[in-house]
Design a protein around this ligand. Structure first.
Ligand SMILES: *Cc1c(COP(=O)(O)O)cnc(C)c1O
Length: 415
């Protein structure tokens, strides 16, 4: 793990080898997801090294591709899952079900059936509950195993209101009700931990708020008796610099602040970074198909769309972009959009990019988290291929979909 402690805190889009990217686009066509598994391992390893006696689980929902899960497992990681499909895919990737943690948020019956069936032979599985109803539903299924209680710390943090979960009533047991729920859990289950996940995309500036939420978890752990808890899980939410001039998170400072915020505890500290592990390990390559001079701007049309990467449309997120084919050209302020018929399908407004021409390949950076994971088939667009880089080699880990993939479930229904 120590090999990773010194890996760079950030990989920016300018750090990628453009010739390599251009040849990947030529070989595998566009739009194309590229995922560098060596960087995934570095990110997981560097994060773990900053929290030496904590237990760091990768939050699978940021990127549930099998190759990514395998990479995390290879460097000794364990996995936090938020749905039955993520549990199943983690097991397929080689995870020991006894080490998985399942965070149940308004869990559908099928998810609880799956998790409780899994726990019969794998009593190490931990289920995190955020509602008393979930406890009752687990008991109905004969479950009496390991439970962590998700606390609502009453403080949300993060880069966007849609991901600041800490104060949202949807998530976790209301703070003041936690001791009573803890008693209830202890009566019928094995209470192993407390959990909270306050938000997402926290950078150095947001650390103080983030740590205020965390200190509430530590406080509650002491209230319910941390000597009887195995762990206190402070969730994920650690951000990456999307803008070229954003500073990366200082992990040493983060680690010190988190430790100080949770305070003295007998229980082990757990963390669940998702984005941090995969964001800068991934990018999208896309081809320019249209250049249009409009009165106020130049519009650059590309073959990636909000169906490929929805973050700009959904969260207003900034993603760095580069002209991979001709980085030496003069920068030109352009508006970059895809083929989907909504004005939300825009990756950049008035962004200086080395003057794109039709046929150029552009890269959209920091697309490794919540990228392919949220891709859709909107506009009957088959989803892109994904290529993994590892040990200097590349391989397709998800082939490009075809229109047959898009229509398969209809055809199987007799349409
Ligand atoms: C989404 C999520 C995470 C990971 O969040 P990131 O912002 O990607 O680090 C961790 N824990 C839980 C319970 C989550 O829902």
């Amino acid at each position: 793990m120590s090999d990773f402690a010194d890996s760079p805190a950030v990989r920016r889009l300018v750090d990628w080898n453009l010739e390599r990217l251009e040849s990947l686009a030529a070989e595998y066509d566009t739009p194309l997801y590229v995922m560098d598994l060596d960087r995934v391992k570095e990110n997981y390893g560097r994060f773990s090294a900053a929290f030496p006696d904590a237990h760091v689980m990768y939050a699978a929902k940021a990127h549930t591709g099998k190759a990514v899960l395998e990479a995390v497992l290879e460097v000794g990681g364990t996995i936090e899952c938020a749905a039955w499909g993520e549990l199943q895919r983690s097991i397929d990737a080689g995870a020991d079900p006894n080490e998985l943690q399942y965070t149940a948020v308004n869990p559908p019956d099928h998810d609880l059936d799956y998790a409780t069936d899994l726990a019969v032979d794998n009593p190490g599985l931990t289920i995190t509950i955020g509602a008393v109803d979930t406890l009752e539903r687990l008991a109905d299924r004969g479950y009496d195993g390991r439970i962590a209680i998700r606390i609502n710390p009453g403080i949300g943090t993060g880069h966007h209101e849609k991901v600041a979960t800490g104060a949202d009533a949807k998530f976790g047991i209301p703070y003041e009700r936690v001791p009573e729920v803890a008693d209830r859990v202890r009566e019928a289950f094995d209470l192993v931990g407390l959990h909270a996940h306050a938000g997402s995309g926290v950078l150095t500036a947001g650390l103080e708020d983030h740590c205020r939420a965390i200190s509430r978890i530590g406080e509650m752990a002491r209230r319910v008796g941390d000597e009887d808890l195995e762990f206190v899980d402070v969730g994920g939410g650690y951000g990456v610099p999307y803008r070229e001039d954003d500073e990366p998170l200082d992990l040493v400072k983060t680690s010190n602040m988190v430790r100080e915020a949770v305070g003295d505890l007998d229980a082990q500290l757990k963390l669940e970074p998702g984005r941090y592990v995969v964001a800068d390990a991934g990018l999208i390559l896309s081809e320019v198909n249209t250049i249009k001079d409009a009165p106020d701007t130049t519009v650059v049309g590309i073959d990636a769309s909000l169906a490929t990467l929805i973050r700009p449309a959904m969260f207003g997120s900034y993603h760095p972009m580069r002209n991979v084919s001709a980085p030496e050209r003069e920068p030109h302020e352009v508006t970059v959009g895809g083929p989907v018929c909504t004005s939300a399908d825009v990756f950049a407004h008035d962004r200086p990019i080395a003057r794109p021409e039709r046929g150029d390949v552009v890269a959209i950076g920091n697309a490794g988290s919540y990228g392919y994971e949220l891709a859709s088939q909107f506009h009957s667009q088959p989803r892109p291929a994904e290529v993994a880089l590892e040990d200097g080699k590349d391989r397709v880990v998800r082939r490009r979909e075809t229109l047959e993939d898009v229509t398969r479930v209809e055809r199987e229904s007799g349409q």
